[in-house]
Design a protein around this ligand. Sequence first.
Ligand code: ATP
Length: 502
Amino acid sequence: MAKDKASKSNPMDPIVALCKRRGFIFQSSEIYGGYNGFFDFGPLGSEIKKNIKDAWWKDMVHRREDVVGLDSSIIMHPKIWVASGHVGGFSDPMVDCKESKMRYRADQLFFAPVKVAGETIGYVSVLEDGAMQAEAEQKADKLKRKAAVQGELEPIVLKQYVDADPSEYELIPSPATGEPGSLTAPRDFNLMFETKVGALSDNSATAYLRPETAQGIFANYKNVVDTGRVKIPFGIAQIGKAFRNEITPRNFIFRSREFEQMEIEYFISPDVDWSEAHQDWIKYCWNWLISIGLPEEMLGKDVHEKLAHYAKACTDITFKFPFGEQELWGIAARGDFDLSQHQEHSGKSMEIFDEASKKKFVPHVIEPSLGVDRLFLAILGAAYTEDEVGGEKRSLMKFHPRIAPYKVAVLPLVKNKPELVEIAEKLYKKLQRRYNVFWDQSGAIGRRYRRQDEIGTPWCVTVDFDTIEKEGQTFTLRDRDTTEQRRVNEAELLAFLDEQLF
Ligand code: ATP
């Protein structure tokens, strides 16, 4: 482990431990020591992930008249990645530590000269983190004490390693060893994973695992226009795997090498006000996040000032992760850059005839791009809650019902009363036709409720003595968050769940 990290506890540790304990997420290839940047989703995690994607698809595709879906291949013609600019420019600046063989992203490695009374006594370096300023100041203080110099420590002003003067490379300590002299100059590292397609293994066989799903949409735009009945403005949505050979995968599933994206390309006329369409999408995406349970106070916006040459605007919806506020959903106005590039490289027209204006044009796009895994992490961060029930500490996951892995648990109060168990089983089977339902008949009822709270099941239905002894066959319906209980009959239960789980 890197020296600098050894002394610092990672704010992600409790979430990582929770995910393992509850069967949400595991390190990939764990029995072989793990594989950095790759993750597996366990029984409950795979349900949550599916629910995230289903909710997104329902709200972005099914419930909008102007968006259609697509599922394109992961490996596409390599020329697509030349046209999109990924072969030439999809890279991050990388810096190596020659001593430890560690690799860092030069824009995530920060440094500062340590000055005492106007004189530089050395340098400190830290990795990007919510607490990096405090960490750098601590290191500077240590350096000053070690150097035994008198005088006032000047404020520490951190800069990215990419902005270092070449004369400083030798002076900046490696985060791995704490010593200067082993860091290389930054150089570009292409993030695309290469593979070979076909029997030949020469350069002509080189292909790429897609680093984003968006290009599959642009590559199929003509097919959709020619075969569907889409009219400007319209969107094409896609959910799928993306791969990036990230230099420093970190913060658990926040930045991994294999992840899933949910992307939309929303095509608009070049004559309309693109900034209005952009703002509409930002609002729509923001409200959607709240609708699936993210608290508004944990969200933020980052309006990019530095833009790629083709981009007109980009706003990230950010989330307050345990390691700091970071991008969750990027919403970019990309003009006609992508379609024009494909028009030029493929020689095929990307124009559309707009009935309304009787004009032919290459549309412009607004691109909302969201990572499934990153949203999963945000949901975990927002859902984890500790409270007290009846004087006892309780931990629960307050998942929105649409996201919760199990929607409801059916619990027969006792297992040695066949009449009672039979009614419970019948109800379980009926509910199972519509939802993912948990069956649990062992242990004290309080303990069973806690188990469901811990995995975020919003409601428990208990079949008890009143069910069999009293008129009208009712059940106890218990709410996870309030722990309140009320009696409902089957019709009321079905209607309630139907409304809550729309
Ligand atoms: P970053 O600056 O964090 O590397 P980016 O700006 O390159 O991200 P985009 O290319 O805009 O990211 O990707 C769109 C979305 O895909 C991001 O908002 C994020 O939710 C998700 N995403 C991107 N890279 C990763 C990754 N390595 N792991 C998990 N999710 C990712």
